[in-house]
Structure formats: structure tokens, C-alpha cells
Design a protein around this ligand. Sequence first.
Ligand code: ADP
Ligand code: ZN
Length: 710
Amino acid sequence: MATIREAREALKLYFGYEQFRPMQEQIIEGVLQGKDVVVLMPTGGGKSVCYQVPAVVQPGICVVVSPLIALMKDQVEALLANGIPAAYINSSQTAEQQYQIENQCLEGQLKLLYVSPEKLLSSGFLAFLRRVNVSLFAVDEAHCISSWGHDFRPEYTQLKALKQQFPSIPVIALTATADKLTQKDIQEQLYLRNPQVYVASFDRPNINLMVKPGRDRFNKITDFLARRHNQPGIIYCLSRKATESLADKLKRSGFNATFYHAGMSPNQRAKAQEAFLNDDVLIVCATIAFGMGIDKSNVRWVIHYNLPKNVEGYYQEIGRAGRDGASSDALLFYSYADVMNMRSMLQDNQNEAQTELQLVKLERMQQFAEAAACRRRILLQYFGETMTKDCGNCDICRNPPTRFDGTVIAQKALSAIARTQERSNMSLLVDVLRGARNAQVLQAGFDKVKTYGVGREVSTLDWNRYLHQMLNEGLIEMAYDQGYTLKLTEQSKQVLFEGRKVQLVKFEEVKQEEAAVKSRPKRELIKDALFEKLRTLRKSLADEYGVPPYVIFTDTTLQEMAAERPTNKIAMLAISGVGAQKYERYGDAFITAIIDFINEEQNKGNKIKGATHLATFELLKKGYSVELVAKERNLNPVTVFSHLATLYEQGYAVDLSRYVSKSEYSVIAKQISKQGADAKLKDLYEALGEKYEYYKIRLSISIYKKENSW
Ligand code: ADP
Ligand code: ZN
């Protein structure tokens, strides 16, 4: 049986990651012990590793059932890039191609095989699998089995055949859908034996949650995009037409945008998706048809142009951002008009019970949008998870709303509702309060009522906000069936006649933006020149190898490279996400780019910490002696020797035996072993009877460290 230690080694070797995320380790241990396992983890949580690592360390092949052909292709590409032999088999391939892959399985050449459920259940396939050494079945997107869920796939209900026909082979079922019913369905319908169930937190702390008023969306979007140069993202729109017109408008404003919806031909859709995956197009305006089956890890932001229908949908869509763990943004535009549109759309539905359910869900979504408390708490609470602290990475946390005594404002509004005989909708009421002279107001004769113009000092936007708050608190009601006119309630009367006080929330938008930029969490993308350079390199390598850029390295990996600036093999392999295979393929290219960058900076006269030894190295390579380097670089020879020591420790090819002979070293090393490699030079110097020069001791320490580090 493979051990967890071997699993950890495989994680480093193949994936380049130092350690498992909290739940991954337990899950993998369970799988290695041959247990059935159910994994509920949010998108980006790292589900794939849970079966890919066991697949690598166990003999035989892991068969992965996956519903989406596009996703299979992506996963296989990513595995191959990490040096793990994998393939997929589905109806998009010719019989000949399928036959070849089957042969590879029989010969034991593959560690993972992805199949569609249709293929798995097609005649003869299970019989074929009997001839293959299967180590594990992984059922991805396992919620598709549940008829309660939103992605029900009838084929999935036939997957019980796996346990029936292969009772001794463990099954791991994975999904990003959290609810209990789905979880139960998965266990029962797959016939799992005493499965271990792991439910990870659904929190995605790297996603910054923001809600903005829907007015003037286009300008707000272009502002937002201008600050996210070169960062890919998705704008979700309600209608197909809206995706096209928004993409068009963005293009005319100079943005690299396209659109995607289910009304396009499969070919057009594939093209749009491909361009986005490859970073050729950075912005996709899409209906919610877009995103299922997209594994792109460097989506940096998601905008909802309109309020989503429910929180589930919203959460799934924003979850497409930041799968690599780097800081990402989710921006939602909210307007009351959207809610009203959506309501009337839902009410057209014939099925009454459905309509009611949908309306309730919409209301929850609206509450989220109007929240005056930490948005992440509200979101997680919706999924049954309680946070004990505010998140610090949402607009409300960054700019807590201030409450003030809004009794007078509320009274003005309520009185205006009364005096217009409860016949005005929200926008008409605001016009009356602000004393607007437009046709609607004049026709209704509302310019004659006593409250006409009493709310001039409050902006239209603020009036809208206050009225929404009052709606939420039940101080007014909206008659959806009477042209959305506003009505008084029992509670309004308390405010008007019984001296009840009203607290309102004030938002300060400008401050919000500044605060958002200032208080970014630690995993902020480093958007410096080096990061850009590495990104460009990644793109050209991706084009050359015919894979999406994030398959080469994720944004987080590039970010770490830009921060750490590794310039040799050891340092490069220490970067998270750089495994052996990727180092082999791309390591040199990235090291060269980093060294180039450092040299360019130095030539520009920018002194940068920690890289001056590389300039020394360049001269040494040309055959300069230490003295000459010192002269050329206008440095003290002692400094050049310390460069030499650093270079040696970092694995550069420098020959120290020219400066400290073997016999000298053996004496000095003895002393170092007594006093420790971090002893002061001066102490060593004295202990050695002042017989060896400082630089010899310094270099000996480097040799000593290296000799004793493994
Ligand atoms: P999911 O399938 O749950 O949506 P993935 O398996 O695609 O998530 O993983 C999301 C991202 O996190 C990927 O970029 C993956 O390589 C990375 N990842 C997974 N496990 C680890 C780990 N232990 N350490 C660092 N990164 C990880
Ligand atoms: Zn918060």
C-alpha cells in the first residue's frame, strides 16, 4: 500500500506543491486505505489532487468519470504538463483513437483515464475495464446524480454499476455542491460502503466581494477594467442580446472583449471559449451558459451585470474567479429595476409552486445585495456555514456603513406616499420628493401636494437607497401587482404618528474604492514589470506548446517567481507549482527571463537587493579574477568574495578550490563543525589562531553548508 509520505513526495515532484491543503491529506489517506470517500469542496478547493495523487502513487489506473468533454481535455492537458501519463476517451474521438487509448490502458501505460458516463456505460466498456488494473474510480461533479440539483444527468444514476461490478475497488465522489440532499443521494445511488464524507469550508477568502448600484454601469465597468489591465474576467449578463451589445460597446472603447451564449453555433462557442482559455481574449460577456466546464485558473474577476436569480447561481459564478488562490474580484451591479424585471419574468412561469420558490430565492439574493453587514457571512450563512468573524475582504467590511437617525427622511417619504394616495412607484415618488417637473408628476397633479419638493437636499441615488432600506425593514411595501406602487404598512403608521425612530444606513462610495485598493489581502497579484515579463513568456510558450497559459504555470506561481526571483534550479524548484517535469520543460526559459530582467534593471542603474552577485557571476564567467571584478564593479574584494559564497550556496558553477585549498578547508571545516555554520567570522578567525584570511573562512562556510545540507 502506498503511504501518505509517498503521496507528499508525489505532490512535490509532479505538482510542485510543498504540502497538502488541510482536507486533502485526510482524504488521500482514506483513499489509499481503500475506503470510499465523498468530497464536498468549493470550486478551486483542490479536489482533483485528491484522486490524481493516489492515482500516481498506486499501481494501476484511476478511472475518472467526468460529464464534460471540455473539462476532460483540460485536465488531461494539465496532467501531461506535469509529467503524468493520462488520456480521455469519449464520443468526440474516432473509433481508431479510442482503440489506441484502450490499448495504452491494457499495457499499463496510463495513470489516469477520463471517461464520460455514456462511454463508461456503453456496451462492453465495463467488461473492458475488467481486463485493466483499475486502482480507483473517481466520480467528478457527483452532484449530477441528484435529481434535486440543478445539473441532473440521468446517466449518472446508472453509475451504481461501478460498485455492483467492481465491489472491491474504492470510489471517490467529488462535487462543489454542498447541500445535504445531494450528499445523501451521492452516497446512496453510488452504493458507497460506509463512505468517509469530507465537507470543506465553502469560503473563498481570496475573492473580494463588492456590490455597486446599477446606475451608469458601463462607465463603472470601464473604470474597473482600466485598473485591471491584462487580467482576464467574465461579465455575466441576463440576455443573449445584452452579451453581444456589451461586448461590442467594450470593443469600441478599446477593450479586448467577446461574447458567449447558447444561441451561437457550437463552433462559434468553442472559438470564443478557446480564445478566452488562451488569454487571446481577456473579457467574455456571457450568459450563465458560460463557465460550466471551464477550468481556467487565472480568471481574475467576475462581474454580474444584473442581479442573479439566486444565491446558488451567484456563488457558482463568482467561484469561477481566483481558482489559483490569488486575489480576485467579484462585482455585482444591483438595481431595483433588475429585481422587478426578474420578478415579472418569474411570474410568467406556469408552475405556481416553482414560481413561489424562485421568488423566495430571488428575495434572498436581493437581501445579499442590500446587506449592511459582512457579505461573506451572509453568503456562507446561506449555505449553512457560520463564520465567527467578519471577513475583511468585502465592500461592507472595508467600509462599514454608518447609521444615522433617518426618522425625518423616513417621515418625508411616508408622508409623500400618503399624499400621493399610494399611487406612485419608486421613481415617481423620488421625483415628487425632489420636486422634479416632469410630465408624469405634472399629469398626476403631484406638484400640488404638500410634500412636493421637501426632499430636494437628498440625491436621487440616496433616495433610492433609503427607500430600499425602508422596504427591507417593512416600513413600506411594494404592490407588485399594481404597477409596483409603494404602500404604507402598519409600521409606517408608527413612524408617522407614534414617534417611532428610524435608523438608516449611509454609504460612501468614493471611500469604498480607495479602501478596496489599500487593504488588499496578502495574496495580491504582484503586477510589477517582472510579472508582466513572465506572463508574456508564459503566453508565448503556451502558444508554442498549444496549451492554455495557466497550464504552463498558474498566476500564483508566476507571482511567487516575480517576488522570489529564482535564478537557479534549486530556487526555481522551491517555487510552489514548479514540479520536476515543468522545471525540465520551462525552467530554463523562466530563469533566463528573470536573469535578463535583473540585468536590465541593473543596467538602468536600479540597485536591487540580492541580485548584485549575479552581475559578479557574469564577469567571473568571462574569466575575470576576483580582483578584476572588484575593480570593474568598484567594489571591495571582500564583497566580491561574499558574492562568490552566495553564488556557490545557490548552486551556481563557481570553483572555490581556487581560493581555498582542500587541506585549508579540512582544517577550517573542523572548526566550523565545533562552532556551527552560523558562528561569527571573527570568532572562527580567532579560534583558528588568525592563520586563515576571512574570505577563506567565509568560502569554507559555504562549502560546509552545502556538504552538510542533505
Ligand atoms: P477544484 O477541482 O476543486 O476546482 P483544482 O483541483 O482545480 O480545484 O485546484 C485548484 C487550484 O489549486 C489548482 O491550481 C491546483 O493546482 C491548486 N492546488 C491544489 N492543491 C494544492 C496544494 N496542496 N497546494 C497548492 N496548490 C494546490
Ligand atoms: Zn466581509
